[in-house]
Design a protein around this ligand. Sequence first.
Ligand SMILES: Nc1ncnc2c1ncn2[C@@H]1O[C@H](COP(=O)(O)OC(=O)[C@@H](N)Cc2c[nH]c3ccccc23)[C@@H](O)[C@H]1O
Length: 297
Amino acid sequence: MALHITRKARGCWSFIRALHKATAPAPAPEKDGMERIFSGIQPTGIPHLGNYLGAIESWVKLQDEYGSVLYSIVDLHSITAPQDPAALRQSILDMTAALLACGISPEKSTLFQQSQVSEHTQLSWILTCMVRLPRLQHLHQWKAKTTTQKHDGTVGLLTYPVLQAADILLYKSTHVPVGEDQVQHMELVQDLAQGFNKKYGEFFPVPKSILTDIILKKYYMCQVSVSEHKSAGLDTARYKLAVAEAVIEKFAPIKGEIEKLKMDKGHLEKVLQIGSAKAKELACPVYQEVKKLVGFL
Ligand SMILES: Nc1ncnc2c1ncn2[C@@H]1O[C@H](COP(=O)(O)OC(=O)[C@@H](N)Cc2c[nH]c3ccccc23)[C@@H](O)[C@H]1O
């Protein structure tokens, strides 16, 4: 495929940019100490386009809009599917490099490794004891994954949305940027926060989703109707080529930066170490309070 960008491709790219502006989510609230962003991403090595458009692009913006921002590489979640230990270790570092290359700044946000903050699993257990089994069995992702993987699925895969709830609530997070695939999981988080507050008294904020608009992604994926291609002045084949070229152009600098960062393993490990220590400092007092409320202390 030709890597040079044709005039049509450039036209398409401006069209996509215009579309993105038109569909960008509503501006986030002013910086406020009481508001906290939390989100997570699985260590899948180098993120795919869905991750980038569904999450990372908005993560970068939110760093400047909120006073407190945490982003986690959720390695505990990743073992809901079989993982080779050496490959997982590498994927955690690769994802760290990718996030930094995309513009996540350790000065503006706390970037950390989930498994290094043990309170995630501890809170998850308490929340697990508040969810009825059918609620988890009815979640789309569980049904979809167990159908496509053609096996029954592990208990970890079933309960992983509860761990996700713990990730968010452990920091008393108020806003969670996610893609549309996480909507049901966010409803569970909200229900768990409300259920906990009802039982033990007002404690957790009920977190709101910041949904990434995925219309743009759909365009990238060339899933628009033919009439829409035509309105951009392109037939389907040329549209796909234009999109591919635009994507290559957009990601070339990021790819170069990822390669550079990957060569300094020590730096990547340090970023995660410092981030995880900061996250732990925030998580500890919240979890201590939870233990008191539940009756452990
Ligand atoms: N095709 C797509 N279209 C739109 N959005 C997409 C697409 N693919 C991925 N995303 C978004 O990317 C983020 C990370 O994806 P994960 O699958 O790692 O995402 C997951 O597996 C989560 N369980 C990670 C997680 C764990 N704890 C959390 C707490 C808050 C938010 C997220 C988490 C997500 O926002 C996801 O919505």
